[in-house]
Design a protein around this ligand. Structure first.
Ligand code: ITT
Length: 202
């Protein structure tokens, strides 16, 4: 199957491609740079699932290719689940990882250690041009720390330590992160669906 992977986030794209490749799925992936440009859809959904579907649907309609997209973010307990779907633009400018992370750290500065719970969440969507759609989910519970550590990953990874770990997500190797991450879980579940689709079609 030839499919479009619809994301503008270069680091996320790298992760998505790597996770899909590791599953051995028989999918030839193209990125947004490999297809004619089409208007971006605003992420107006109130849930990760709605936004993932908006992005996947727009790609499938514009290109005629089955399209995979994810929407993801971090939910912080003491912030009532925010930044949530606003994670990419929490500090006001879309994709400014450093400003987003600093804003969250400022917001939780006086919060006692035992209340620093947070969770990465991901919805992965697959939309076919004919209208069939699938969504899978993944989550990675953990806690925030007060000073960023590590160079890998992206976004809030340097201030997040997953349950059962002492290293931040940014201190994990890419393979270690993929094995436990919200995106890894959601994408592997999506690949199972793709596999069933391919079996049905053959
Ligand atoms: P696309 O919509 O083009 O895919 P984006 O970066 O805007 O790219 P999202 O709307 O899904 O993607 O927002 C995801 C944000 O959530 C991302 O910018 C990070 O701030 C955060 N995030 C998501 N997954 C993460 C991860 O694995 N590690 C760290 N931060 C993550």
């Amino acid at each position: 199957m030839r499919a479009l992977l619809a994301t503008r986030n270069a680091k996320k794209l790298r992760e998505l491609r790597r996770i899909l490749a590791a599953t051995g799925a028989d999918v030839e992936l193209v990125g947004l740079d490999d297809v004619p440009a089409y208007p971006e859809v605003p992420e107006t959904g109130l849930t990760f699932e709605e936004n993932a579907l908006l992005k996947a649907r727009a790609g499938a309609i514009a290109t005629g290719l089955p399209t995979i997209a994810d929407d993801s973010g971090i939910t912080v307990d003491v912030l009532g689940g925010m930044p949530g779907v606003f994670s990419a633009r929490w500090a006001g400018r879309h994709g400014d990882d450093e400003a987003n992370l600093r804003l969250v750290l400022g917001q939780v500065a006086d919060v006692p250690d035992e209340h620093m719970g947070a969770e990465f969440v991901c919805a992965a969507a697959l939309a076919f041009p004919g209208g069939r759609e699938y969504v899978t989910h993944g989550r990675q519970p953990g806690r925030l720390i007060r000073e960023p550590r590590g160079e890998n990953g992206f976004g809030y990874d340097p201030i997040f330590v997953a349950v059962g770990n002492t290293r931040t997500n940014a201190e994990l190797t890419p393979e270690e992160k993929d094995a436990v991450s919200h995106r890894g879980q959601a994408m592997r579940a999506l690949v199972e669906i793709i596999g069933k689709q391919l079996e049905r079609a053959s």
